[in-house]
Design a protein around this ligand. Structure first.
Ligand SMILES: Cc1ncc(COP(=O)(O)O)c(C=O)c1O
Length: 446
């Protein structure tokens, strides 16, 4: 039980116990696994994380967007315990169980689109993306997949191939999966066509038609895959007209529209799914992260005829939709829907945006403030005119040392993003934002 109400840093980081564990970690864990906070967690509840030395952090990272319903919500923990007492695993492909069916039925009802849907449950975001591509290819009989610059879809071979940031995600990990293509991102702050939004000619959308002429005929493309707000790429919010135009283009060529809601889903952006805010109805939605409050679970939900395209045994996996994750997800969804998460996300978003905008007036390194709902970011630059990127690792380190867990993002690693649990209290939110401001100020004073 964490008794503190906010951040409380008692030792220099890492503290004595964490130092011992760090040494053991460095000896035993592969070097390529990075870490943000140089300590080890003892407990986490709501929006607070306590380490092995008694330091308490306000969490603006939420395990990378996984804890929208907070760390270890009691009802979710109870549901997992009750399920664990019954059985842990049978493999849904061997001996089935009700929670998986119930969850699929909930996701079919909740995802955008007023048409019959079906769901496949898997374990991770990357696995959901991989399978979404399998469904799209089998259904359309086509193989091409188009993703966007600045996209992040995961780290497995196909998902990595659809991802668009060379270092650290792709560098020297090729060759990549064939028949995957990138087109420009609707990244208005750094428009590839030198235009500014609103009032632009949506050249990024037109570029796709050009791509059909120069690169690949549309009748070979199975799907577009897009994050309704690009996450790791820097919380890039496509203009709604762009998403609608993309959907129209997809429809006109028989191309499927896959919305990757892995980071944006489950009220992060103020609505259950971000794509609804543009009015676009996707053919397939991928979800994971906050779906099950930290239990490994992902889902691919789509039009029934698409999801029924593969034959029995052609998709699946040993652990997909494991019973502990399914009961965790069912309880998480219940909590989110019954306790007004949409309103709370909007409130958190408004307060945070207002604070970011007032910071932007004071600190010239804040080039852009953007986001949707409680998925907000500040892009840092050395100069507002040249927009030369300012990497944010010092800001993040400063904040962590003061008791705020903070994430970076962006293709230039120059974006501060926030993914705080939506159960964060007003006091914790204000305290976290104050630490963040102090961290930004410290960087301006150097
Ligand atoms: C939009 C998006 N898609 C896919 C993934 C990959 O998810 P996972 O890390 O669970 O494989 C992520 C992870 O950050 C993501 O943000």
């Amino acid at each position: 039980m964490i008794t503190e109400k906010g951040a409380s840093i008692k030792t220099a980081l890492p503290g004595p116990k964490a130092q011992e564990l760090l040494a053991k970690r460095d000896e035993n864990i592969a070097r390529g696994i990075s870490y943000l906070v140089p300590t080890f967690v003892e407990e986490a509840q709501g929006a607070l994380v306590k380490d092995v030395d008694g330091n308490v952090f306000i969490d603006f990272a939420g395990g990378i967007g996984v804890t929208n319903a907070g760390h270890a919500p009691q009802q979710v923990v109870d549901a997992i315990k009750a399920q664990a007492e019954k059985f842990l695993h049978t493999c849904f492909m061997v001996a089935m169980y009700e929670p998986a069916v119930e969850l699929a039925s909930r996701l079919n009802a909740l995802t955008p689109g007023d048409y019959p849907k079906k769901t496949m449950l898997a374990n991770s975001g990357a696995e959901a993306v991989e399978n979404a591509v399998k469904f799209a290819r089998r259904y359309t009989g086509r193989t091409g997949i188009v993703s966007f610059e600045c996209a992040f879809h995961g780290r497995t071979l196909l998902a990595m191939s659809l991802t668009s940031k060379v270092k650290p995600y792709k560098y020297k990990f090729g060759p990549f999966a064939p028949d995957t293509y990138k087109v420009p991102s609707p990244y208005c702050y750094r428009c590839s066509f030198g235009q500014s939004y609103p009032g632009c000619s949506l050249q990024c959308l037109k570029q796709i038609e050009r791509f059909f002429v120069t690169e690949c005929p549309p009748d070979t493309i199975a799907a577009f895959i897009i994050e309704p707000v690009q996450g790791e790429g820097g919380f890039i919010v496509p203009p709604p007209e762009f998403l609608r135009g993309l959907k129209e283009l997809a429809e006109s060529h028989g191309i499927l529209f896959i919305a990757d809601e892995i980071q944006t889903g489950f009220y992060r952006t103020g609505s259950l799914f971000s794509i609804s805010q543009s009015g676009v109805v996707p053919d397939i939605v991928t979800t994971a992260k906050s779906l099950a409050s930290g239990m490994p679970l992902s889902a691919i939900t789509g039009r029934a005829e698409i999801m029924d395209a593969p034959d029995k045994g052609e998709v699946g996996g040993t652990y997909g939709g494991n019973p502990l994750s399914c009961v965790a997800a069912l309880k998480t969804l219940e909590i989110m829907q019954e306790t007004g998460f949409a309103e709370r996300a909007a409130e958190i978003g408004e307060r945070t945006r207002a604070r970011f905008l007032s910071m932007q007036e004071k600190y010239p390194i804040i080039g852009d403030v953007r986001g949707q709902g409680a998925m907000l970011a500040m892009e840092m630059v050395k100069d507002r005119v040249t927009k030369e990127p300012l990497p944010v690792k010092d800001i993040v380190a400063y904040a962590v040392n003061k008791g705020l867990i903070l994430l970076s993002a962006g293709i230039y690693s120059n974006v501060i993003r926030v993914l705080m649990p939506l159960v964060i209290t007003d006091e914790q939110l204000e305290e976290g934002l104050s630490i963040l401001e102090e961290a930004v100020r410290s960087c301006c004073e150097v």
